[in-house]
Ligand binder design. Sequence first.
Ligand code: CTP
Length: 409
Amino acid sequence: MNLLAGKRIVLGVSGGIAAYKAVEVCRLLVDAGAHVMPVLTGGATRFVGRATFDALASERARMSLFDEEDPIPHTTLGQTADCVVVAPATARVIGSYAAGISSDLLTATLVATRAPVVVCPAMHTEMWEHPAVAANIATLVGRGVHIVGPESGHLAGGDEGAGRLSPPANIAAAVNRVLEARRQPSDMDGLSVVVTAGGTREPIDPVRYIGNRSSGKQGHALADEAVSRGAQVTIVTTVDRPAPPGAAVVRVDTAAQMAEATAAAAAGADVVVMAAAVADFRPVAPVGVKLKKRDGAPAVHLEPTPDILAALGASKPPGQILVGFAAETCDLVRNAAAKLRDKGADYIVANDVTAQGAGFACETNEVLVLSSDGRVHSIGLRSKRQVAQAVLDLVVADRVAQTAQQENQ
Ligand code: CTP
């Protein structure tokens, strides 16, 4: 499981030839969705440029205890970090850390943090095997610091022996393991969830389309909430909103593209939530060139789009929980109940899109959730994230009941 997504990681780089490999560590952590804050020692910049980290990391690289923008960078970094990783860690940095000496920004951050720390030593074999270094490492291990490497192999200057920095992929994996060990279990751990979001756009010509007013906020709030509760999320979306770190994002435009992407993702999913506003009709034959005004009002012939939710309901694998939405302007319960029945969903989240503080583009929502066993849950006016939380609470309760039932059989 990728626990790096969304985590704040201080990447400390000290001065050894292996500092160039820290660039790759930085890239791997950023690619996994971590927010990487590089801290370089003066020695590190003799081997690798600060600009490289400025460009690759999530924040500019820092070097000094005295920062114009932040008067106390070591505590800011140490207190906000989920993990501090030092790669490479020289004998000097290891010694300072073990002795609690905070003479530069990196060692001050190490002393100031309560986050887990991963130290990846790299140095010549003679230094690594020196009793002082061995004693410092033992001190750090005794304090719960995680030591990764070093490995044996070629060293700078043509030497061979113990002291090589661990491969960057091993370092990133070690940081992930450390975060995993500290993580509290969550109620959607291991669940695979597919969420659709936004309104589809059905082309009339290369410039114009038939669309709707969906902003995608409720769908994205559902994806955010599911990720924060430990689910593996795929979001099929028509909007450019940021997706939660760690989620797989599939960008689509039309109902046909959404149908294809959702069917593929839903096949093995535990939970599917169709929050998207899918167009019901599309132009039969979109024109390849822009329609011209001088040619007069065009006749646009429409045909129905595939009903994605109904298709998912008809082919629902056992145990999967299928949640649809209903955007209504009148007869909320009657219309939503008909959709629940006709589309084979387990839940329909119904909202009156004309109500104050609810529906398209609002930050808030107010919904009724109808379930296939006849229950109706009223979720009063609250933020879309809180609505997402309440909807997923129902889904999780169903999963718990399903599991209990299976265990009793
Ligand atoms: N939906 C779908 N495919 C469509 C149309 C709708 O999967 N072609 C899904 C929506 O994502 C939503 C649910 O069906 O989860 C209900 O959508 P809604 O627009 O409220 O209702 P429609 O089925 O389109 O019916 P109507 O527009 O007549 O209310």
